[in-house]
Design a protein around this ligand. Structure first.
Ligand code: KIV
Length: 289
């Protein structure tokens, strides 16, 4: 951990000092040795500088997820997300953190066509943001792309199981791996990605027995979301776990009630503005005495 003290007390201060020693991709990979992860990997999503500042000390990985589509932009799915959106939010997260590894999602349409297309998109994301790695969705079909990027200096995190960018093929956001064939395919996908050089794999929305099996079978860390506590680590969408939304997937545990806190604060502010009691004496500037 760095010895830097961040001035996070004000939104007007420079948000982040020069980075010190962040967790690296090899350091994350090394958490799993001989199939065991003594210290589970802690990951959360982040899209903004202030959120990154607050999460950084607690997390090993900050994932700039394309879930920002729904969480930040109110879009119906992750399909419309662009490279520019991801680069801008990833830059904000890098500026707000100095400890966690920052991983940025490659948006739909930016990497599937060919390894070369993926390289151009991933290079743009890393150059523009300062993030250290990308994540992409898809199984064995993406293995050549993972290898291509990795061999050219771009670490890749895989993502199997429920892959939201494939919503139009999957037809819904339900758990994956309920049939034997689907279960086998998910495990094969994870093995193929890991063999191709993925440094970690997100397993999302999968039946627990599959999550356990693939965590045992692949050499790189498996980070679960709606998977199993026996995975090598966990990730959640931060706004979900903070309780910003009334409806969340079954696998989300709420560790806060941010929706109520925001509503209550906004309500009190509105009341005081309407009563002309805000701003009060403490908030007003006075002439020099
Ligand atoms: O986009 C995202 O936030 C993700 C996580 C849910 C793993 O991919």
């Amino acid at each position: 951990m760095s010895t830097y003290t961040l001035d996070t007390a004000t939104s007007r201060a420079h948000p982040t000092p020069q980075p010190t020693r962040r967790l690296t991709v090899p350091a994350i990979g090394a958490r799993k040795t001989d199939g065991q992860t003594a210290e589970p990997i802690v990951a959360l999503t982040a899209y903004t500088t202030r959120t990154a500042q607050l999460l950084d000390a607690h997390c090993d990985i900050l994932l700039v997820g394309d879930s920002l589509a729904q969480v930040i932009y109110g879009l119906p799915s992750t399909i419309p997300v662009t490279l520019e959106m991801m680069a801008n939010h990833a830059s904000a997260v890098v500026r707000g953190s100095h400890h966690a590894l920052v991983v940025v999602d490659m948006p739909f349409g930016s990497y599937e066509a060919s390894p070369q297309a993926a390289f151009e998109s991933a290079a743009m994301l890393l150059k523009a943001s300062g993030a250290a790695a990308v994540k992409l969705e898809g199984g064995a079909a993406m293995a050549p792309t993972v290898q291509f990027l990795n061999e050219r200096g771009i670490p890749v995190m895989g993502h199997v199981g429920l892959t939201p960018q494939a919503i139009n093929v999957l037809g819904g956001y339900g758990a994956r791996g309920k049939s034997e064939a689907e279960a086998r395919k998910i495990t094969e996908d994870a093995v193929a990605l890991c063999d191709a050089g993925a440094f970690a794999i997100v397993a999302e929305g999968v039946v627990e027995s599959i999550a356990i099996a693939l965590t045992q079978q692949v050499a790189c860390p498996v980070i679960g979301i709606g998977a199993s506590a026996k995975c090598d680590g966990q990730v959640l969408v931060t706004e979900d776990m903070l309780g910003l939304f009334e409806r969340t997937p079954r696998f989300v545990k709420r560790y806060g009630d941010m929706a109520a806190a925001i509503s209550e604060a906004a309500g009190r502010y509105a009341e005081e503005v309407r009563a002309r009691s805000f701003p009060g004496a403490d908030q007003l500037y006075r002439p020099e005495a």
